[in-house]
Design a protein around this ligand. Structure first.
Ligand code: ARG
Length: 580
């Protein structure tokens, strides 16, 4: 079911007939004020200029041509030429009766399905993951899930930064002396300490800086000792990252670091030079963009004067391999907005190189803003250090613990701990996902952990409540409630409103997939929760005096709501709980 799409198609057909246009855009939107109906056609006004007609008359002409085949009551014209549509409760009842019993709530896969690569998380090795990586991980994971739900073949790739000049410094520092016990117990802490020590020394002494450079050259030349050290550092980092991914319930289909592409970089640069796409400039090699308005004075450096390759070179090689392996229709990079220029350069280079032409594959940078502290400044520990991801998740879970303990005095510590972790992590994820991704947002514990309002806990609670209603049926009536497919006779406006919300899930997911904006799904779920509250207040369900048929109808709607929450939470990767 794609409600908006369905109505848009019919409205477009009417516009073609009424105005003789080839592919008019009805601009059909959910009505902002439910008093005026469920949907609104806004496309007539902009047409009035083009057709040199009076908008009101055009609207009348369109209304005469509209045929929604029973889906809508007769449309009404409002203001200068908006058309208000009210769905017919009988039609809504037929549709919702069909989808409420469906596993996917009637959301068919998109057609055609695509091959899509999502590059996300991608932390740099030998450093602890910090909150900045949280956003990429959470957003990317939700996009992977949503695109997959819509039927696409998705490869989630963790493009870790496991290669670069930092390894020269790290190896140098390691060889000076390291704490073997710490390296076992707190590997990332020890690696960070070593790196800090090394870079401080290199700053003080040109000699040390030179030695570190030599360690790097030896590593690049394949020196066995340095290679083994590098592998050890990468392995330790991976173990650390994996424990976090486990906690977040995130996984990848591919985990190829930047190092994976090392071998092909020299030939790639030579090829680009031979093709005349890259050229030497003061000893370095770069791709120049000619008179490109934005990039004309911003060449893309692919080889440094000392022969070293860069982030740009690796990304070009990565792109080439992805094209070959996955024949993708879309490649999505979920990376901090501060790297925007890099991606504009990369995508333009890809076009020049013939890797992506006429928008195929579609290359997209899904940028996101910063996570700020309550004071509106970059999120830091009280002491001013960077907040590690593990510490953040620990704090979430610790803060939730007393809240769940209060609700379940009878539960034991392990149960409470598990529950607190699921609510805490869900809350952190939701706080991130519910924002428009490009804006910076303030991280506020009180707000994001609240059980009321637009929060993860509220959403989890909404599902718990619907599930317990369905369970309650078993207690009171001695049998599990089984929704049966078939038309629902929607009598109350709250029933219809709720049913219409359920019919909208497919449209919402399409938009998330198109714009890569999970916050639209959050908005939808929050709205559904509110809609369900109104329904709950006005439409009693389990009371004995409620006739059987009415109860069945309301329970069927409730089962549909539970299904919508289950689907939504699973796409946001927020734990669905049985109780809380
Ligand atoms: N490792 C990089 C960083 O932490 C992000 C990599 C993003 N992916 C890419 N293909 N460039 O900044």
């Amino acid at each position: 079911m794609r409600l908006n799409q369905h109505l848009t198609r019919l409205a477009r057909k009417a516009m073609q007939e009424a105005f003789g246009l080839e592919s008019p855009e009805p601009d059909l939107r959910v009505a902002t004020d439910p008093r005026f109906g469920d949907y609104q056609i806004n496309g007539v006004l902009p047409l009035a200029k083009q057709l040199k007609g009076n908008p009101r008359q055009l609207a009348e002409k369109l209304v005469a041509a509209l045929d929604f085949d029973g889906a809508c009551l007769p449309p009404e014209i409002a203001g200068p030429g908006f058309i208000n549509l009210r769905l017919d409760p009988a039609w809504v009842g037929q549709q919702v009766g069909r989808i409420a019993v469906d596993e996917r709530l009637g959301v068919e896969e998109q057609n055609p399905t695509q091959s899509i690569v999502v590059d996300f998380s991608s932390p740099n090795v030998a450093k602890r993951m910090h909150v900045g990586h949280l956003r990429s991980t959470i957003l990317g994971d939700s996009l992977v899930r949503t695109l997959r739900f819509l039927g696409h073949r998705v490869v989630g790739d963790n493009h870790v930064g496991d290669w670069g000049t930092q390894f020269g410094t790290l190896i140098w520092s390691f060889k000076q002396g390291h704490d073997a016990i710490l390296l076992e117990q707190d590997p990332l802490g020890e690696l960070e300490r070593l790196y800090k020590h090394g870079s401080e020394r290199a700053r003080e002494s040109a000699e040390v800086a030179e030695e570190a450079r030599q360690e790097l050259s030896r590593l690049q030349a394949g020196d066995p000792e340095n290679k083994a050290l590098w592998e050890r550092f990468v392995g330790l980092s991976r173990r650390d990252a994996e424990s976090l991914y486990d906690r977040l319930n995130v996984s990848f289909d591919s985990w190829k670091g930047e190092s994976h592409y090392n071998q092909v970089l020299p030939a790639l640069v030579e090829r680009m030079v031979a093709q005349g796409l890259a050229r030497e400039d003061q000893g370095a090699i770069a791709i120049f963009y000619g008179d490109h308005p934005e990039l004309g004075d911003k060449p893309f450096l692919v080889r440094k004067k000392d022969g070293a390759f860069l982030y740009a070179t690796t990304d070009l090689a990565t792109l080439e391999e992805r094209l070959e392996h996955y024949d993708p229709d879309r490649i999505i990079y979920v990376v901090d907005v501060r790297q925007s220029l890099h991606f504009v350069q990369l995508f333009e280079a890809a076009r020049l190189l013939g890797m992506a032409q006429n928008g195929h594959p579609r290359l997209e940078h899904v940028g996101f803003g910063m996570m700020l502290g309550q004071d509106g400044r970059p999120f830091k520990t009280r002491e001013g250090g960077t907040v590690t991801l593990a510490a953040l998740l620990d704090e979430a879970s610790e803060r939730v613990y007393p809240k769940v303990a209060e609700r379940y005095p009878e539960a034991n510590h392990d149960e409470l701990h598990r529950l607190a972790e699921q609510v805490g992590i869900g809350a952190v994820k939701y706080a991130d996902l519910c924002q428009h991704r490009t804006t910076d947002y303030r991280f506020d514990w009180e707000k994001l952990l609240a059980f009321e309002g637009n929060t993860g806990p509220y959403l989890q609670y909404s599902l718990v409540r619907t599930r317990s209603l369905l369970r309650e049926h078993l207690v009171r009536f001695g049998s599990e409630f089984e929704p049966v497919a078939g038309e629902l006779k929607l009598e109350e406006p709250e029933e219809k409103a709720l049913a219409v919300e359920l019919l909208r899930l497919g449209d919402v997911l399409d938009r998330v997939a198109e714009h890569l904006t999970p916050h639209l799904l959050c908005e939808y779920l929050f709205g559904l929760g509110r809609c369900y509250n109104v329904f709950w207040d006005r439409c009693p369900i389990l009371k004995v005096e409620i006739p059987d048929s009415v109860r069945r109808r309301r329970l069927t709607l409730s089962a549909g709501v539970a299904r919508a929450f289950e689907i939504g939470l699973s796409l946001l990767n927020i734990p669905a709980l049985e109780r809380m």
